[in-house]
Ligand binder design. Structure first.
Ligand code: 13P
Ligand code: SF4
Length: 347
């Protein structure tokens, strides 16, 4: 074992149960062996919520570490001493940056003023800032992940509510497709245009308005990518993440979160062929871990932010707990942001 690996293990042992290291499935394979839990954003939120560890070290991107911080703060607002650290402090999510709380609040005021007799609710993908989650919690909404989005959206639609969904338009359209709605059911709010580029009539006739954000990595998948992949590996089962555009994802055999993709790989029988449309750190690990299957990426895509975490940075946190790696959401956002995430975990 290298010195860095030895040192990381030394600190893990020293901290024992007071330390929880979480890693998202898109982390590099050099990080995974040091994680107490590896999961998708939903699983990691649940683990962070249940944990009593004094220090959570989140190997992932900003919104994930913020969510862990929101969930680990004391309900009475008194400092419980628990802290969340992110070894790669600059690792963000370009999709999360596409929706700000101010822009959402302005959209919300506009939409609700035009439709005074309609009950609207915001749903925000966990890939969003704590500020955006606080906006959502304040207006009675809930977060969702790629793993539970259809469940959360259905919950509110069944109550007769209309939905403002942000920031991922593709996740939203994929969820609605899964629930049996046509693509025209989504009314798109263009964040660069006044009033979202929508007329009053557009808003009055909409049941669901989706923010026009997207994951720049997954949104790049095209029908040509899927066709090329099928030519390369005929008779393969095709699995794709719901951040891919819905008309493209609809051509795959299954659309699912990173966990759903991994579960489908686990259930495959020896000799089976699989084409996977998600971030390549995960796809390469699946290829290495399941040699009895033939697995290939539909097209390799890399989230540079997810790849920023290194064992050196992890060791730096465990050794020195540097200030620049501490993730501390502003106190006045905690209660509302927590409502938003907690509602998701309870629905
Ligand atoms: P999961 O919800 O599948 O973990 O995905 C998170 C993410 O950032 C995908 O790009
Ligand atoms: Fe954000 Fe896309 Fe990277 Fe996921 S893969 S963290 S959505 S940029």
């Amino acid at each position: 074992m290298s010195t860095i690996a030895n040192d990381i293990q030394h600190y893990r042992q020293q901290w024992g149960e007071d330390l929880l290291i979480l890693g998202h499935h898109y982390q590099d394979s050099s990080i995974i062996p040091f994680c107490d839990a590896v999961g998708d954003s939903l699983e990691l939120s649940r683990i962070a919520a249940a944990s009593k560890a004094k220090r959570i070290v989140f190997c992932g991107v900003r919104f994930m570490a913020e969510t862990a911080d929101v969930l680990s703060r004391a309900l009475d607002g008194i400092d419980n001493g628990r802290r969340v650290y992110q070894p790669a402090p600059n690792a963000g999510c370009p999709m999360a940056d596409m929706a700000t709380a101010d822009a959402l609040e302005a959209a919300w005021q506009h939409i609700t003023a035009i439709t005074p007799n309609v009950e609207w609710v915001p749903i925000v993908y966990v890939n969003s800032s704590a500020d955006v989650k606080a906006f959502c919690g304040r207006h009675g909404g809930a977060a969702c992940t790629s793993g539970n989005g259809h469940h959360i959206v259905k919950h509110f639609l069944d109550q007769g509510k209309h939905i403002l969904f942000a920031p991922d338009q593709h996740l939203c359209t994929n969820i609605l497709r899964e629930l049996g709605y046509p693509p025209s059911a989504v009314c798109l709010w263009d964040r660069d245009l006044p009033d979202g580029g929508l007329t009053s009539a557009d808003i009055q006739s909409a049941t669901l308005i989706a923010w026009n954000g997207c994951c720049p990595i997954h949104a790049g998948y095209t029908t040509a990518d899927l066709n090329n992949a099928r030519e390369r590996l005929p008779n393969a089962k095709m699995l794709i993440h719901p951040e891919a555009p819905s008309p493209v994802a609809a051509q795959a055999d299954k659309t699912g979160s990173t966990k759903a993709i991994i579960d489908a790989v686990k259930q495959a029988v020896a000799g089976e062929r699989l084409l996977i449309g998600t971030e390549d750190h995960l796809v390469q690990r699946l290829i290495a871990n399941y040699p009895e299957l033939t697995i290939e990426p539909i097209r390799p895509i890399i989230c540079e932010d997810m790849g920023l975490t290194t064992p050196e940075q992890l060791l730096r946190v465990l050794k020195d707990w540097p200030e620049d790696t501490l993730v501390r959401v502003e106190d006045d956002l905690i209660a509302d942001a927590r409502c938003c995430v907690q509602r998701m975990l309870e629905i």
